[in-house]
Write a protein that binds this ligand. Structure first.
Ligand code: CA
Length: 585
């Protein structure tokens, strides 16, 4: 396993108010390779600062980092306003759960002001990096601590950038106009937004896409069904879901805070727009982040990078990878080895659970030991990456849909061959020369790679047997693009629960023809497959098997799903509509 040298590390400071979603932000930040957490400051918000501080310590304890990352207690009240807390979402403790996190043996730093500790740690890190690399503050509570830091130590502004969870382009979640973190200390937000420090804001508009669906809970549960730690994570999520259900009538809670960290891990899964954002500090709309999406106020400089969209499955995969790593070092697992101390950074997660579960359950892709070519050097990876981006795909060539998570890990270069595991894909696709169109949807789990590059990656990292399949169409809506690399593939997807293939109909295609076409492409037995109608792309309508409507024809580009029978011969159960994870906005 490679050590990540300091050149590659990114230094971050976490400022938060745990909080269920903050807890998962801390887990993501501390258990993703490539990041070094310099410390955690707490602030009042989801609960009082005493409680959020205790919660931060408990979270660290539960993931094997008790005493290894300092926690410093920050602001107890906003700059000028009365404090506001949120027990209706996070409970009396701020982190309510039927299996509460263990108390920490360690204490927070309380003998110095939080801003002094923040400044000292950030300054010394920045100078150690010979002023070449800024420290990123990940702020997922109100911005009181950060505003105080910038006010007391203005020189720190040249040493940092910020990623926050907060604000909203559209609707608020505490008032019609305002999001909680901004609302409770709008003056602090104003100071930070006006500071000139580079700031990326992930607003509610995006975090409300990262919904903790039942399938997400199941994906997390499947990390380790015997683990007390994973059970506690699931219970935390279930509590959070229940309060969102009660308060907002939302069946699935948005897991806001880890998104501010996910942006640092993989900004490419976000859509970002630089725009003018002002904070309203008075009146009916106090706490509003006034986002100038259409650039009306041309005289004011654009000051904030605002996330406007996210690839949701990619986000959950980042979180699952981090939780998998947390699970290995958690004190909540009786069977966990006492020697498995975690060193924050030098323990990259092993393969994603998707990879490992495939290896366990799908015997025919278990890999035989093969002679692998030497591991790629950083320079070779760079060359291959640049070739990937420059090589056009032409009809008739073969190409391989590589798992996007694998690809992104590979492209980040933090992972060794052991960490990455083999390319968990064995399908090579070939267009028929006439009808190839690939829809570029944002729900993609795969990145297309030309055969020649796929072969090289497979030679180095290993992979399954090659199966060649012909692709016959695949356009979706009007979103068709010329084939360029790396393009993401829209119509192949499988989950742990069911094997699902997304696809689109050709013009006036009959259902029988569509079924034939897709069964041929993906080597499926027609009697083992059902097709589901995603006409209108509605997430709420009950699914009707198209087979019962066999006299009808499909509309051009009508969005469909093919679903295979379960291994035990039963059909996958559906309750109240398609699973959100099968369709994404
Ligand atoms: Ca928070």
């Amino acid at each position: 396993m490679q050590n990540i040298d300091n050149q590659e590390l990114r230094y971050i400071w976490l400022d938060c108010d745990p909080g269920h979603d903050d807890a998962f932000m801390i887990m993501l930040a501390t258990h993703t390779p490539g990041f070094k957490v310099l410390g955690i400051s707490t602030v009042a918000g989801n609960q009082t600062v005493d409680k959020t501080t205790d919660n931060a310590l408990r979270v660290l304890e539960s993931i094997g980092l008790g005493g290894k990352i300092d926690v410093v207690k920050g602001a107890a009240v906003p700059l000028v306003r009365a404090s506001m807390i949120c027990p209706e979402i996070h409970g009396e403790s701020g982190l309510d759960c039927i299996t509460p996190l263990p108390h920490s043996k360690h204490s927070a730093i309380t003998d110095k002001p939080a801003v002094q500790v923040m400044y000292e740690r950030i300054k010394s890190c920045y100078h150690e990096q010979t002023k070449q690399k800024k420290v990123t503050i990940v702020a997922t509570g109100c911005l009181t601590n950060v505003a105080l830091l910038f006010s007391v130590y203005p020189q720190v502004k040249s040493m940092v950038d910020i990623s926050i969870l907060g604000g909203a382009i559209a609707m608020g979640n505490m008032t019609p106009a305002a999001e909680f973190n901004i609302l409770i200390d709008p003056e602090a937000a104003h100071i930070v937004f006006e500071s000139g420090v580079q700031l990326t804001m992930v607003p509610l508009d995006v975090s409300h896409k990262a919904l903790v669906t039942d399938q997400v809970v199941e994906q997390i549960r499947c990390i380790d069904k015997e683990s007390g730690f994973i059970e506690t994570c699931v219970n935390l999520l279930q509590f959070f879901k229940s309060t969102y259900r009660d308060l907002f009538n939302m069946p699935d809670a948005p897991l806001h805070d880890p998104l501010a960290m996910a942006y640092l891990i993989n900004p490419s899964i976000f859509t970002i727009q630089l725009m003018r954002v002002d904070i309203e500090t008075q009146g009916h709309c106090v706490g509003r982040t006034v986002c100038d999406v259409f650039n009306f106020e041309k005289k004011k400089p654009k000051n904030i990078h605002v996330a406007t969209d996210i690839l949701v499955p990619a986000f959950w995969n980042l979180l699952v990878s981090a939780l998998t790593s947390c699970n290995k070092s958690s004190c909540l697992n009786k069977s966990s080895s006492s020697s498995s101390t975690v060193d924050n950074i030098q323990t990259p997660p092993t393969n994603s659970p998707i990879n490992s579960s495939n290896a366990n359950t799908n015997q025919d892709v278990v890999l035989k030991p093969v002679e692998l070519e030497p591991e790629l050097t950083s320079q070779e990876i760079q060359e291959l990456k640049s070739k990937l981006f420059r090589t056009p795909l032409v009809i008739g060539e073969r190409w391989c849909p590589v798992n996007a998570i694998w690809y992104h890990k590979w492209a980040q270069e933090y992972y060794t061959r052991d960490d990455l595991g083999p390319i968990d894909n064995s399908i090579l696709l070939q267009a028929d020369g006439e009808t190839l169109k690939v829809g570029l949807m944002e729900s993609n789990h795969y990145i297309l790679v030309p055969e020649i590059i796929y072969k090289k990656l497979k030679a180095v990292y290993g992979g399954g047997p090659d199966i060649y399949r012909e692709v016959i169409g695949g356009a979706c809506g009007s979103k068709t693009f010329d084939m360029k690399i790396p393009i993401k593939l829209q119509f192949v997807k499988s989950t742990e629960l069911t094997k699902v293939i997304e696809g689109c109909a050709l013009k006036s295609e009959s259902i029988a023809s569509l079924k034939d076409r897709y069964c041929k492409v993906f080597g499926l037995v027609p009697s083992e497959v059902k097709i589901w109608d995603f006409y209108n792309n509605s997430k709420n309508e009950e699914l009707k098997p198209l087979e019962s409507l066999s006299s009808s024809n499909l509309l051009e580009n009508q969005f469909i799903l093919l679903e295979e029978k379960n291994a035990d011969g039963t059909w996958p159960a559906h309750s109240g509509g398609p699973n959100n994870n099968y369709i994404n906005n």
